[in-house]
Design a protein around this ligand. Sequence first.
Ligand SMILES: Nc1ncnc2c1ncn2[C@@H]1O[C@H](COP(=O)(O)OP(=O)(O)OP(=O)(O)O)[C@@H](O)[C@H]1O
Ligand SMILES: [Mg+2]
Length: 271
Amino acid sequence: MNDSSALLEVRDLKLGHHSKRNGKLSLAVSGLDFDIRKNELIVAVGPSGCGKTTFLKAVAGLHPVLSGELKLDGKQITGPGVDRSMVFQDSSLFPWLTVMENIVYGLKAQKRYDAAGKARAEWLLDLVGLAGRGKAHPSELSGGMAQRVNLARALATDPELILLDEPFAALDAQTREVMQEELLRIWQSGGATAGKTAIFITHDVYEAVFLADRVVVFSAGPAHVAEIVDVTFDRPRSPELKRSPEFLRQADEILSLVMSQSWAKERMVTA
Ligand SMILES: Nc1ncnc2c1ncn2[C@@H]1O[C@H](COP(=O)(O)OP(=O)(O)OP(=O)(O)O)[C@@H](O)[C@H]1O
Ligand SMILES: [Mg+2]
């Protein structure tokens, strides 16, 4: 692929954690290599503990790079920035702030809470289906509603790259399906959220195929890229797609790839 079209470049990336007990380094990611193009929705899947969250945190600038390249718009990532925002698995809303105060928190921190920022926040509240709930507190929201607020908060600062770490994993199956459709609706709605670049982590291969332009399958940890699968279904995508034979075939293919990595890991552990 042509490097000049890459928004994020990952080259021979190595990430790790130092043990709090003895300071020993254990690798979480090693030899990770791939590119993300502008406007792509990339889904990353892989065995539990293989290094997905560590990778996403490094992209967010919250985890140091040991070696290799991790470049956003051609510049090595060295810390957090206004060009990225992250959505975590569990709602990370501030319980003492209202829904709207949570959504505009980043804008205020960046001193960008002007008339345009306010209008954008109102528009996002509406976009995520919570118009009229801006004065509610997080404790009054269902899990699905809280994740909608998280999504609106992440989009409020108009980041170039949005990082989603299993954002729907804590939701029940039905709400999760709704949220997947909502996410695509927001993605496909045009306007200020159109053409965002995103990295979405999930363990759900159906969610992966439904959302992704490409699915990156991480190997057993320390993670490298085991396989990249192109998902070529047209957009907009509707829920009926999930019942089509080609959809099920692709999901099955990705599941097999992840499972083979999980077996590889089992062998590593028991060997
Ligand atoms: N704060 C930490 N300190 C030490 N080791 C850590 C820390 N966080 C993660 N690890 C280790 O790094 C490796 C990768 O963890 P990571 O959370 O990135 O995996 P993951 O792919 O996101 O897993 P899951 O799918 O279960 O969320 C694991 O071996 C984990 O034990
Ligand atoms: Mg994780």
